[in-house]
Design a protein around this ligand. Sequence first.
Ligand code: SF4
Ligand code: SF4
Length: 440
Amino acid sequence: MNKEIIRKTDPIQRRKERLSRGLARSTQTALADLEESPDLPRSMGYFINIMRDVFADGRKDRLFRPTGFQSVNPKKVIGTYCIMVPEELIYAAGAIPVRLCGGSDETSGIGGELVPRDTCPVVKSSVGFTSLDLISLYGICDAVIVPTTCDAKRKMGEVLSSFTNVWMLEVPHVKETEGARKQWLLHITALKRDFEKLTGRKIRRKALQTAIRMIAGAQYEARRLHEIRKSKAPVILGREAMLALNAYGYDTAFEWTKAMARLNHELEQRRDKGRVVAGPNAPRVLISGCPPIFPNWKILSLIEEMGAVTVADESCMGSRYLYDPIGIAEKSMRHMMTGIASRYLMPCVCPSFAPNEDRLYRLLQMTDEFDISGIIYHVLKGCVTYDFELIRVEKIMKEKNIPVLRIETDYSPEDIEQLRTRIEAFVEMIGMKKSKMKRG
Ligand code: SF4
Ligand code: SF4
């Protein structure tokens, strides 16, 4: 039988093609929503193209862009989940990191056949992407690192190991103890050795220093965007800013930083000229909870469709990813490794840690800094980890008189009308509250 006939009659292949088309459609829909905006900053084109290349066209050359290490031609790709894997070590070993947390409804359905029904869609989608090899992002990874964060992610590692080369990274759940910190440093040191073995390249002090500087450059630009989003009248929509931040996971830090610097420059010019995307009276929303992962732009789009602007996010696919810099006392290998280990553990406020008081402080601080009118707390179905922390978030926000709306959903578009109604009512309420406060 010739290859074309096999392709047409093979049910798995047919299913794969159908899902590929579905994913391309969801990607185009999410991107068209952004591209149709008359206020879209010119520099957003770069980030939109990343998403199109990765999710709609499945282009792997997108991932082999310059890394900033001119002498290295990276051949190894390391897939990462969550935000505890030190990218500095990956770059210094001569490889490229890519972020694999899934945000697609199409692959969530497939993953759902391999994990328990009530698992969150991030895990279902990640499993679906890997098992079907739908886009090159997942297939080209030489190793995939799964930190043992929440229960779902931990068990996901086992499932993924039937399809790909999985390395589990043990993350302590209580980070304040001396023992946990020592253990973590040992794990990170072991990971460094594994990277060296995989790439055949020893991590030298100079290369690590360069990698630390490079990621610090990306963090600088991410924080610059963060500052811009504080302006009284917003100059960028939240769904655009989140897309640019999400795109970091699919680009090299070196290229992304240059593109983000261009975007920031354009936004600062807009701010100086008073070119805004909404007036100072528009309700200002902070999105918190489970991460919005492309192409699942459902909640982000609905918030802004209703006239509010998402001016801040507290998400591991957004600001939290690139916020905290590495503090290094000396540039010896030992100090750099300690600084890296500390950076990827201590400031992280992923709800898989307990206690996680820092997250509450951070949220409180953000509501002041961004002059937040209301919080949308995004809970993906099956995610108890985030839901557990909601009660305390609601309590502290009640004391500050900041309304919180809990939205429980998944990646399917089926509940969109119901969500629209709830978000519309919430935006209207916080808008009225804001005007009332202004009138005094
Ligand atoms: S919230 Fe924590 S466990 Fe969930 S995806 Fe983000 S880093 Fe991973
Ligand atoms: S923290 Fe929640 S959303 Fe994130 S992987 Fe775990 S269960 Fe899923």
